[in-house]
Each structure stands twice: as C-alpha cells, then as structure tokens.
Ligand binder design. Structure first.
Ligand code: BES
Ligand code: ZN
Ligand code: ZN
Length: 497
C-alpha cells in the first residue's frame, strides 16, 4: 500500500466517504459528511438502504460519482477519538481489499473533528492503514491471487495537506507503522529462522543509515562480562546467545540517556521444567519484548528525536540438553547477586537481570523494560491491556500520557516489598520463583527490581498477553501474529525526555 497526501479531489477508482449516525432526541439520523455525495445518495439514506454503524462499510459499486467509479461509505462515531480512526482505517483497508481496487481517495475532511485533532487523526488514519496492511507470508511458496492488485494507492484528501504539522504527522505515522511492522516480523519468524545470531544480524542490517551505533556481544564476551543469567539460560542450547546494544545520540552528550531493555528469548520450551506441548509453538514469540524495543529504537532514530537512548536485548533460546540448567542450580548475575533456578521456565527474569545491571551502569534517566514474562499477566488482564509495574510516580504519569497519545492500553499493577520478600532464596540470595501463591507477575517484577540500581526510575511492561493474537480486539493487528505492542507507546514516552 502506498499512501499520499493531497489537497485536491483527484478521481480514483474508489471514493471513501464518511457517514455519521447523529442523535436527534430519541431518533438518530444518518448524515453523509460529503455533502454532494449526500445529495446523490439521498434516497438510499431515506430508504435506510445506507445505514452503516460505526466501523461498518457499504460499497456502492459502479455508481459513477464525480469521476469515481465506486463509492465506499464508512460509518464513524459522532465524536471519535484517534484510536477509533485507527480502527476505522482497518475497516477501510478490508473493504478496499475485498473490492480488489488499485486506487482510492479518502475524504479526510469529512471525518468529524476539530482543528486541533487534525494532525493526530491524520496520523491515526495513516498508521491504521499501514498497520492493517502488514502480513507475514514470506514463508509461503504459493503465489497470490492474480486478480488482486499488487499495491493499492491511497490518497488522503484534506485542505490542510500542505500544513507543516500535517506533513509531520503523516511522516511520523509512516515511521511508526514501519517500525511496528519490523518488530512484528521478528516476532512472527519461527525459532529456527530467528535465532539469537539471526536476530542480531537482522538488527545490524536494520540500523544502517539511521545513525544508531550497534554492538553485538557473542558468548565469549557475555562470559567475560559476567552475565551469568544469560549464560545459564543458554546452557541447554546449541545456538550461541547474543547481547545486542544499540546507542542513539539525538541530544548533547551531557544529557543522560534513557534505557530500553527487552526480553529476546527466540524460543522458550521451558528448559528442564519443560512446558506442555499444547501451544508450545507460540513460544517463538518470547522475543517480542526485545523485538518491540528494537522497533521503538529504530522509530526514535528515524524521527530524529532529541534524546539519547540505549537499547539492550539479551537473546537466547531456552532448551533442554545434557548441559541445560537444572532446577536447583545456582548462577550469579552481573551485579554479583546469586539466584537459585527453582523453575527453569522462569528464565526471562534471569536474562533481564544481567541486562538491567548493565542498564543501571549507564546511569540513565530511566529504565524501561518489555518482556513476555508471565502467564499470570494473561490471567489478570487478558489480551487487552499491557500490565506495567513501577514505583516511581513521575514515571507512572509519563507512561499514562504516552499511552493516551499512542492509543495503546496499559494497566498499572502493584509492586510491593511483600513481593520482594517472596523472592528470597534458600541457598542463594534469590529464588527465581515465588515462595507464595499467586501474584506471579508482581513477584517476577520484584525479582527484576533487584537488578535495577536504587534511585533510577524504572518501569517493567509485561506484554505476555498483548504481544500476539490480539486481532480479536484490534482490527489493525493480525488475528494470530505479533502485534508490536508498546512500540508506539515507547516512542511517545521518549518524546517526554
Ligand atoms: N515466556 C513465558 C511466559 C509466557 C507464558 C508468555 C504464556 C506468554 C504466554 C515465561 O518464560 C514463563 O514460562 N513464565 C512462567 C513463570 C513461572 C514458572 C514462575 C509462567 O508464567 O508460567
Ligand atoms: Zn519460560
Ligand atoms: Zn519465556
């Protein structure tokens, strides 16, 4: 899909126009926001032949209106928010695809909005179209249906197309959607084709021309750097682990960096504490935390945000073999703290421990981590909200603002000293599983907290419920595939530093 901004009404194959169900007392009346089209379709409206609910579409084939062959009418709510527009874009995308059209003009000024919402609505519409356009079919050998046009050209028509804020919003939408789609692809790739080495090499290729400096540590270097958590998890695998470091300098060197950390488990079978077979294939997504902070970093660099950023991704497989870490084994993290591995399936926290130590050493303003860390967060929040943990009030505010702007749903979860107590070890400093029942996501967060230097504001995002298979909630996300959760929110967050 190619999207352009235009001021004039060029005739394309399809005109996309909007219909609002305006409330009048108890009754509601359909109104087309494109006035001339409203005149033309007057009888269809009066006969209730045309009455799409918000997000529904009606296609008028071969209607020949004002140079357009077809007209697509899309229902929109009376006072939409930008997230509604993102979802509406998914409806438009679906309808254009089914119509097998190759070009369309969207009557953007017909979306009900005030002047101050123009840029964010344009951004949401563009993002929604490009995010919906993502598909992961590179591993399929069968060629696509010949009748379906290869590419759809979509022109978004608005009188304000030449305003700087509109151009900027349009440009940022492209960068964001491309970055989210980059992260999604990393997640969707199966474990054999997205090993830690392949992940690192893919990142090295992706940063070219962005101004990002990328460094990749191999197993020998990881050992030398005393990353006992990452090494311990990788023990059972024939694939070498990697530690990926990205550095972006968008501000003077005197400005402290912000730090992103992401869990990069390219496959998690649970290790010796092996997972059940059912749905185990989904554990290729266990690197989505890493994939998504990488995507956010690319977006921040491409937008040239005035921030210094360090992005860290510890990456390994968690498998079974004669050399795999066994329940009861004790390892030492980079900061010298020891931990008993009482369940080898609680491995994400072990590799994040080393990365959080390294992040703390950089003396950053904040540390943000993302991880598909616990099944418990799926029980608590399902696939709608990403649960996040922080004890820092100012950072909590910033996270909420960022999520408001991105449209992604987050939910603040509790993290207390009780949870910390639950993670004490019997033979080592810490245990990787809780001594108490329940609150599995909070106790995991409490474990992570032991590796963040006190005083550095830190927030942990558990994306286990939102990293993939959210299509039932968000129409611009794939039904089953990776979603790219939190990429947009983390970019918004970076804008506040
Ligand atoms: N990668 C999983 C968490 C996960 C589970 C993500 C299901 C998405 C869906 C993680 O490594 C894990 O297995 N965690 C264990 C921890 C437990 C053993 C304390 C879990 O949540 O069951
Ligand atoms: Zn696990
Ligand atoms: Zn895992």
């Amino acid at each position: 899909m190619k999207i352009e901004l235009t001021k004039t009404s060029q005739s394309e194959s399809v005109l996309v126009a909007f219909a609002v169900n305006a409330k009048q007392g108890k009754e509601s009346r359909l109104k087309l926001t494109h006035l001339e089209l409203g005149q033309r379709l007057k009888s269809a409206i009066e006969d209730k032949e045309l009455s799409p609910q918000p997000l529904e579409t009606v296609l008028f084939r071969d209607i020949q209106f004002d140079g357009f062959r077809h007209v697509l009418v899309v229902g929109v709510s009376e006072k939409p928010q930008h997230e509604h527009i993102r979802q509406l874009a998914a409806s438009v995308h679906g309808a254009l695809k089914s119509a097998k059209t190759s070009s369309a003009l969207i009557h953007f000024d017909g979306l009900p909005h005030s002047k101050k919402d123009s840029a964010s609505f344009l951004q949401a519409l563009t993002e929604g179209l490009l995010l919906t356009n993502y598909s992961f079919d590179e591993l399929k050998t069968k060629k696509k249906d010949k009748d379906t046009p290869k590419e759809i050209l979509v022109r978004i028509q608005t009188k304000t197309a030449s305003e700087a804020t509109m151009k900027r919003a349009f440009h940022e939408a492209h960068i964001l959607a491309e970055s989210v789609n980059f992260s999604r692809r990393l997640g969707d790739m199966p474990g054999n084709l997205m090993t830690p080495t392949i992940l690192a090499n893919t990142v090295l290729a992706a940063v070219k021309g962005t101004g990002i400096k990328a460094t990749v540590w191999d197993k020998a270097r990881i050992k030398k750097e005393k990353m006992g958590g990452l090494l311990g998890v990788s023990n059972g695998s024939d694939q070498e682990p990697r530690f990926i470091i990205l550095e972006y300098k968008g501000a003077p060197a005197s400005k402290k960096p912000i730090c992103f950390v992401g869990k990069g488990l390219t496959f998690d079978c649970g290790g010796i504490s092996i997972k059940p077979s059912a749905s185990m294939e989904e554990m290729k997504y266990d690197m989505c935390g890493g994939a998504n902070v990488l995507g956010a970093t690319l977006a921040i660099a491409k937008m040239k945000l005035k921030v210094n950023l360090i992005c860290l991704v510890p990456s390994t497989e968690n498998l079974v073999s004669g050399s795999a870490t066994k329940p009861g084994d004790v390892h030492f993290a980079r900061n010298g703290k020891s931990f008993e591995v009482n369940n080898t399936d609680a491995e994400g926290r072990l590799i994040l421990a080393d990365a959080l130590c390294y992040a703390s050493e950089q003396k950053p303003q904040i540390i943000i981590d993302a991880a598909t860390l616990t099944g418990a967060i799926v029980v608590a929040l399902g696939n709608t909200h990403t649960g996040y943990f922080t004890r820092d009030k100012a950072l909590k505010k910033k996270v909420e603002t960022a999520a408001d702007h991105s449209g992604e749903w987050v939910w603040n979860m509790p993290l207390t000293d009780f949870h910390v107590k639950d993670m004490k070890g019997t033979y080592a400093d810490l245990s990787n599983i809780s001594a108490s029942k329940g609150a599995g996501s909070a106790t995991a967060a409490a474990f992570l907290e032991q590796f963040v230097e006190p005083g550095i504001p830190w927030a942990h995002f558990d994306i286990a419920g939102t990293a993939w298979s959210v299509g039932s909630r968000l129409p611009y996300c794939p039904k089953k595939g990776a979603s790219g959760a939190m990429v947009r929110t983390f970019v918004e967050l970076a804008k506040q530093f």
